[in-house]
Design a protein around this ligand. Structure first.
Ligand SMILES: [Zn+2]
Length: 467
């Protein structure tokens, strides 16, 4: 029998995180497994589900700001009318929210969910959207919505709030062929929600050493800390990040947990890629823009409230303040900066009492300025040590009043204790998008799309305990 012709659709989801105990990746796992039940082997994935992190500095977003895109191949007859698929998805989402509402008494007042569907090929007119939503602010207005409709997007009427920006941006990530990583997320069983996570620390170290070249940020040996478990009340048990689906899936056999794993899903993601760190000049900066800038330090480091260090940086267009927060590393390097150092920083812009400040997440000193220390000259008449009288006023001998304007000085280069290597905060305080040191040199530049069975990307192991 000939296989039916497949048509391709993209489903975008964003901002379902505000449900306590819920999160968008968990919802995506639920949806995928329900679609698999309905369509059976008639559906295939065009890619692992995408977990697309967007602008981390947007004030109304939770810390993660992650949206989801699911790319499916389905027999064309199923999607001749996208409204039917939309109806099906809305029913699934509603059921998901209902269960959480009834069983866990969550609030849903402040969430702004978005659910959209788009056919292939995606409109090239929207290529800019992912990058803009990653590095800046996209305004949701009627104009934007009517554009989406004109370009063939189907927007959910029930879940058509601000999240449609993230949902659409996640779908459009497909057009940005650049670095990516994978994350395996495992989910807890319902009865464990809110309880302490139980995971064997030694097995995390074993996983880390067995996958050294292909995973990252599993364990912090310096602080003896497991990095793969979230601290919040969300349904995630643990998440491991790496370079390939097979690499991260190894965790399922190696990491030992003392509670049931109800389900797992492998996501392809822009996490840990620095994709948000776009080069800008200082004059281009605005609040909530992410950036990477190069410039010269023009002020001494000053410590302000809470121990944050502030310095000023200047490029050929303008100057701006940089803020370095604790913990350590970045803080140490910031305090050793000198006027004249040429640095590159990445971060995002915030407003402090109407003043723009770059919150720095990474710094590299490209060229440390030279510092000199000069000995005071001796008086040519009596041999006493002379004293500097201020700028342009030369040196004066206090015992015979001789003044010399341009003495020959004996100067020494000061050895500066400045670290010119790249500096990042410790792993547990790195944001999702920040590329960790281990990933330098592992960057990938294109993804090869291949059809894969849904069960290669996600599995519900304990249906009664999953939802
Ligand atoms: Zn003298």
């Amino acid at each position: 029998m000939q296989a039916p012709e497949l048509c391709y659709v993209n489903i975008g989801l964003d901002d379902f995180d505000a449900l306590r105990y819920g999160c968008t990746t968990h919802l995506a796992t639920y949806i995928l497994n329900e679609l698999l039940k309905s369509f059976g082997n008639n559906i295939l994935l065009l890619d692992y589900p995408n977990l697309v992190r967007l602008n981390p500095s947007i004030p109304w977003k939770t810390r993660g700001n992650g949206a989801i895109a699911i790319r499916l191949g389905v027999p064309c007859e199923y999607i001749s009318d996208l409204q039917i698929l939309m109806q099906m998805l809305e029913d699934l989402v509603e059921r998901y929210i209902d269960i959480f509402l009834n069983e866990f008494d969550v609030r849903t007042s402040d969430f702004e969910p978005g659910l959209v569907i788009a056919r292939h090929p995606l409109p090239t007119d929207l290529v800019w959207l992912y990058k803009k939503a990653l590095t800046d602010i996209v305004v949701l207005d009627q104009n934007f919505v009517s554009k989406l409709v004109r370009w063939g997007f189907t927007i959910s009427q029930r879940y058509g709030k601000r999240g449609i920006i993230g949902a659409t941006a996640a779908i459009m990530w497909m057009y940005r062929d650049c670095d990516y990583t994978f994350e395996l997320l495992t989910y807890r069983s319902k009865k464990m929600y809110g309880k302490r996570r139980c995971i064997d620390e030694e097995s995390v170290k074993v996983f880390d050493s067995l996958t050294k070249e292909e995973s990252f940020n599993n364990y912090d040996y310096k602080e003896r800390r497991v990095l793969i478990i979230p601290r919040g009340p969300d349904p995630i048990l643990y998440g491991v990040r790496g370079e390939s689906p097979d690499g991260v899936k190894k965790a399922l056999n190696i990491i030992r947990v003392c509670e049931p794993v109800a389900a797992w899903t492998v996501f392809r993601s822009n996490q840990a890629t620095d994709d948000h760190a776009v080069y800008r000049v200082v004059r281009e900066l605005n609040p909530y823009k992410t950036c990477r800038i190069r410039g010269i330090i023009t002020s001494k480091p000053v410590i302000v409230r809470g121990g944050t260090i502030i310095v000023k940086i200047f490029d050929s267009t303008s100057d701006i303040l940089l803020a370095f927060f604790k913990p350590a590393q970045l803080f140490n390097i910031a305090s050793s900066l000198e006027i004249g150092d040429y640095v590159e920083v990445q971060g995002h812009v915030k407003l402090w009492n109407n003043l723009q400040v770059v919150h720095v997440e990474k710094i590299v000193v490209l060229n440390a300025s030279r510092a000199y220390k000069c000995k005071a000259p001796k008086c040519p008449r009596c041999g006493n040590k002379m004293v500097k009288k201020g700028f342009g006023k030369g040196y004066k001998c206090e015992s015979c009043n001789t003044v010399v304007f341009n003495p020959v000085l004996e100067c020494m280069k000061v050895i500066r204790n400045v670290n010119i290597a790249l500096s990042l905060p410790p792993p547990h305080s790195q944001k999702h998008l920040v590329k960790p040191i281990e990933r330098y040199g592992r960057e990938k530049y294109a993804y090869k799309y291949e059809m894969l069975p849904v069960v290669n990307a996600t599995k519900v192991l304990e249906p009664l305990e999953f939802l």
